[in-house]
Design a protein around this ligand. Structure first.
Ligand code: FE2
Length: 382
């Protein structure tokens, strides 16, 4: 660690969270504790079909907290979905939100919260610290282990008209409490488990290398990398194992605490550009970019990337770089495509480079990448 990093002023924010088996059953009790007279339950169709929304609804009913349901949330939540949820929140006269699902319902719920309190369009909040009116209380119950929306001060929303993703960063987006229960994770598909796990890995690697890192974020980032490396391959093979699912959830928690406070880097900035135009899942997009960004950034923070590489251990007979170790790990999980085979076209690269530059996550990338270098990274990942 450099002396500059050690002495820079840093803050660390985190929500209250409870981890453990069946803590989702505490949703009703906490909704009542927060004084919620009527809850907007935000979820999506997939989570509803698996029965996790019903489990939370039962908990609310047992605590005698009435609720309305908003489940029109897509993967990569759209701005118009946030505004539709806000209208339901207003018309149902809710005063609190419970989000059940992966990053999409949780980010949508955060958007509903800030638009409801301010009565402004969600796109007006793009950027850092643009939320001036506190949103209503928010309880998050993640059903995936990767987005870390349940602990982070980030929300990412798709602006469909502009074919781009906007990033909103504000302390107001940190949930009031998160209930981290491994059981809902057991119904994730193999692909979702892998993609969300690679998202957690990308968060941890980018937070550790970030210009905004600190001793507090470093310990969470390194523990997250260690946990993803050990638990993700195991949980893919044994998806019903609650203890392995819990370790994945812990990996996501540590990664979330790290990146929420240290911010991210070029992988996320470049992935957001791609996801604005193409419907590729966020985790998969990061998985296809991460090793190329690490290779491009290496010289800016060699000791940091070497420490990450050391966690991956010796993976081949000959010495290989941290970026190559991440590539070996990716392939071991069965991710073998490229951005091109996932649908990204070469003629979109100038737009993607421009979008990546405008993304706030680029600000903390350890290396100031030129336009040509960002284009080269996209080229390498195609
Ligand atoms: Fe992410």
């Amino acid at each position: 660690m450099t002396r500059r990093n050690l002495l820079n002023p840093r803050k660390f924010v985190a929500p209250e969270f409870i981890c453990g088996h069946r803590v989702l059953d505490l949703a009703g009790q906490y909704a009542r504790n927060f004084g919620m007279k009527k809850v907007l339950l935000v979820t999506d169709h997939g989570v509803r079909a698996e029965g996790w929304m019903e489990a939370v609804a039962r908990s609310l009913a047992e605590a005698e907290v009435p609720f309305a349901i908003f489940d029109s949330v897509s993967e990569n939540p759209r701005a118009h979905e946030v505004m539709a949820g806000m209208e339901v929140y207003q018309s149902e006269e809710c005063n609190g939100i419970v989000a059940v699902g992966g990053g999409s319902p949780m980010d949508c719920a955060k958007g509903i919260g800030i638009t409801s309190s301010s009565m402004r369009d969600i796109l007006a909040f793009e950027g850092v610290d643009r939320v001036s009116i506190p949103p209503p209380p928010l309880i998050c119950i993640p059903t995936t282990a990767g987005s870390s929306a349940d602990v982070s001060q980030f929300a990412v929303i798709k602006d469909e008209a502009g074919k781009r993703k906007i990033v909103i960063i504000s302390k107001a987006l940190i949930p009031d409490i998160s209930l981290l229960d491994p059981e809902p994770l057991t119904t994730m598909s193999r692909d979702l488990t892998i993609d969300t796990g690679m998202d957690a890995l990308s968060h941890a690697v980018e937070a550790y290398a970030s210009n905004g890192s600190s001793p507090m974020t470093d310990m969470h980032a390194l523990e997250a990398i260690r946990l993803v490396h050990s638990a993700l391959p195991a949980v893919v093979e044994d998806p019903g194992n609650l203890e392995l699912r819990f370790l994945s959830l812990l990996a996501s928690l540590h990664a979330g605490l790290a990146f929420s406070n240290a911010s991210l880097g070029a992988t996320h900035a470049m992935a957001h550009g791609v996801e604005g135009i193409y419907d590729i899942t966020h985790g998969r997009c990061n998985a296809l970019l991460l090793e190329h960004v690490v290779a491009a950034n290496y010289d800016a923070a060699p000791e940091r990337y070497d420490r990450i590489g050391a966690i991956f251990g010796t993976v081949t007979a000959e010495q290989i770089s941290p970026a190559e170790k991440i590539a070996v790990f990716r392939r071991s999980l069965g991710i073998t495509e490229t951005l091109a085979s996932a649908g990204v076209r070469e003629d979109a690269l100038p737009t993607l480079v421009q979008r990546a530059y405008a993304d706030p996550d680029m600000a903390t990338n350890p290396r100031n990448l030129t336009c040509e270098e960002v284009q080269q990274i996209y080229d390498n990942a195609l």
